[in-house]
Structures are given as C-alpha cells and as structure tokens.
Design a protein around this ligand. Structure first.
Ligand code: GDP
Length: 366
C-alpha cells in the first residue's frame, strides 16, 4: 500500500512534526487541490448525502472542515437541511492511551457489527497534532479490513485548530453521516487529555480501553475519565496476559462500585477482550445494546441528547466569540501592546482584559 493510501485510511491521523498546526485540515486541502471541482448546490449535496453517496458525503465533510467562509456558509446550510434526517444512530465514544489497541478494537467491533447488518461511520478527534506536534500513531496502517468494508465509512480527524474547533467539526460531521444513513457511529480519541470530555459530550455510550498491569498513572487515565465511562474494556486479554486481565477486571469492577450512581441508572462495568483474537467483542456489543435499551426505556437517552445539544450551542457560541476576538487584526495588535504593559507592571491583567474587550466591542459595534 502506498504511503498516501495509508494516511487516507487512518481515522485518527497525526500530522508529521511541524511547528504550527495548519489552519485547514490538510486532507481537506489535498482534496480541494486535487479536485478543484466546482461546488455543488445545497440541494445537490443534500440529495447526495441522503441517498448515501459517499463521494458527496466526503465532499460535504470537507466543507465543514474548511476554513474558507464560502465553504462554511454552504456547510451550515447543508447541516441545517440534513438535521431532520439525523439523530437516529447509536453514537459510541472510544478512548484509551496510544498502544492500548483502539484501532485493532474498532476494526474487530466494526467488522462484528457490520456482520450483523449495521452500517458504521468511524470518526475521530485527534488533538495530538496540536499538543505534541508530532506523530505517535502516524506511521501505522490502521483498520485495514474495516477500510475496505463496504458497510463502513472511515473519516480521518479534522486536525486543524483548537480542540474546541476540531470537536465541533466532528459533532457536525455526525449529523451528515447520520443523514447518509449510518446507524452506528464510533468517535475515537487518544486518551491523553481533554478530548475525552469533548467526545463524551457527543456520544450515547462511552468506552474506555485499558491494559492490565499498567497502573492508572501509567495509562494516563484520570479518575474523571473513568467516571465518564459506561464500560471499561481491558484489552489484550490473550496469551499470558489473560490472568492479569481477569484480575484487573475484578479490581476495576470493585473500583466502579465506589463511583456515584449515574443518572442513567446504568452501572458501568469492566470487561475483558482481545481485539486481536476477537474475543469479548460480541459480549461488549451485547452490553452496549443492553445499555441502549435501558436508557431508551427510562428516557435518559433523549434527555442526554438534549443536554448535549445545549452544550454544543454554548460551545459554538464560545468558539465563535473567541475566534472573532483573537482573529481581529486590530485586537491582535492591541494584545501585544497590553502584554508589554503587563510585563512592565503598568496595568493589571484584569484591567488589560477589560480594556481589550471594551476596545474590541467598540470596534465591532461601530
Ligand atoms: P492504538 O494505538 O490504541 O490504536 O493501538 P493499535 O490498535 O494500533 O494496537 C497497538 C498494538 O497492540 C499493535 O501492535 C496491535 O497488534 C496490538 N494489539 C491490539 N489489540 C491487541 C490484543 O487484543 N491483543 C494483543 N496481544 N495485542 C493487541
């Protein structure tokens, strides 16, 4: 497989080491450059998406990821038009530290559920290109069989901009893939930071992959992330690792008992699996199905989705306000001046912030 193909197939893509993250998703740019096709009309995009045309779906996602204003206007219209057809999938978040086996696991679970006639879209939020400016996962061929599975659609992470921006784009992409008819969505993220919270706020079920024998500290798993999980899966429960994995499962199950009860009424559980040998995969899917029927029964499913919609409205407002402020050239110049004043002890941080906000408001209101 060529290098180019390899990178295209990865859902959780990391950029090579570069100083500043690009403003535009590089895949989007590549697609735009390669095709430079004329933009379609909103009707054409929507008809294509609703009829399950993957090429048009991909192009529309590229518009969401683009930073060009004309693309954003178009993508907003497409999202609004697709919205009534969205919402019908089961959204599952999958996290875990690099090396825990996320892509192998997604491949195993993805192939299992597509065998059961589900259709699957795999999306990702990958903040690591911004955080580490380098690749921890980039050189691997990932999800080889799933990427040629015709019931699955894998989309690399939009890697541009702030975590908030990247997460919003993934949140919007969910609407399009749902309108295209995918009934199950995986949103993958690297378990190293705040991206879990963003993923948790866009999924129905949150799955944390772990390893036996590595302390929580070692796995970088914070208690808060464990508290978000609806299931913990101890992966690599195979070969000599089986006993350790079983022990870890017992320990985690007792630890989970100590967490406060969830408003969903669901008791999170720890399980073992081997993504490589595809054991424990069916059981996990049964657990997810059990969860979904429970939260459908007690209405928590809808309540949570409504809460998430509110959350995304506020996130989008915050992101827009922040962008409008920081991307304004006059404001950017003023910030430099005020920063220097701050360093010279001529102004307090609070007064500097107030002055910048006031000047920005006056400028944008005039
Ligand atoms: P990711 O970085 O979390 O996406 O992890 P990968 O899926 O790329 O897996 C990292 C390594 O662990 C690879 O060498 C996999 O073959 C291996 N691996 C993944 N799942 C299992 C498993 O269930 N058992 C064993 N023994 N190895 C696994």
């Amino acid at each position: 497989m060529s290098e180019d193909k390899k990178t295209q197939k990865s859902a959780l893509q990391v950029n090579p080491g570069i100083e500043a993250p690009p403003i535009v998703n590089p895949y989007a740019m590549e697609n735009l450059r390669k095709k430079r096709r004329k933009l379609l009309s909103v009707d054409e995009y929507c008809d294509g998406i609703l009829s399950g045309n993957r090429t048009i779906l991909s192009q529309a996602i590229t518009l969401i990821e683009s930073s060009l204003p004309e693309h954003n206007v178009l993508s907003r219209d497409i999202i609004e038009r697709c919205l009534p057809y969205s919402g019908k999938s089961i959204r599952i978040g999958i996290t875990g530290v690099p090396g825990v086996g996320k892509s192998t696991f997604i491949e195993a679970l993805g192939n299992e559920i597509t065998r059961q006639n589900h259709t699957l879209a795999v999306l990702a939020i990958d903040p690591s290109s911004e955080r580490s400016k380098g690749s921890i996962l980039g050189d691997k061929t990932r999800m080889e069989t799933l990427s040629v599975n015709d019931k699955a659609f894998i989309r690399p992470s939009p890697s541009a901009g702030s975590l908030g921006g990247v997460a919003r784009k993934t949140r919007e992409t969910i609407i399009l893939v749902e309108a295209a008819g995918f009934d199950t969505i995986f949103v993958e993220t690297v378990g190293v930071g705040q991206s879990e919270t963003a993923v948790h706020s866009m999924v129905d079920f949150f799955l944390l992959l772990m390893l036996a024998g590595a302390g929580d500290e070692l796995q970088g798993i914070k208690r808060g992330i464990m508290e978000m999980a609806d299931a913990l899966v101890i992966n690599k429960a195979d070969g000599e690792n089986i006993n350790k994995a079983m022990m870890a499962k017992t320990q985690y199950n007792s630890a989970l008992q100590l967490f406060p009860p969830s408003p969903s009424g669901w008791k999170p559980r720890a399980m073992t699996a081997s993504a490589l040998q595809t054991t424990g995969i069916k059981e996990l899917w049964e657990t997810i199905s059990e969860y979904i029927s429970k939260v459908n029964g007690n209405n928590y499913f809808d309540t949570k989705r409504k809460e998430q919609s509110k959350f995304w409205m506020h996130e989008t407002i915050n992101e827009s306000l922040r962008n409008a402020f920081y991307q304004n050239q006059d404001t950017a110049n003023n910030i430099k001046v005020l920063e220097q004043k701050l360093l010279d002890n001529k102004i307090s941080p609070f007064a500097a912030a107030r002055q910048l906000l006031n000047e920005h408001n006056t400028r944008t209101n005039s």
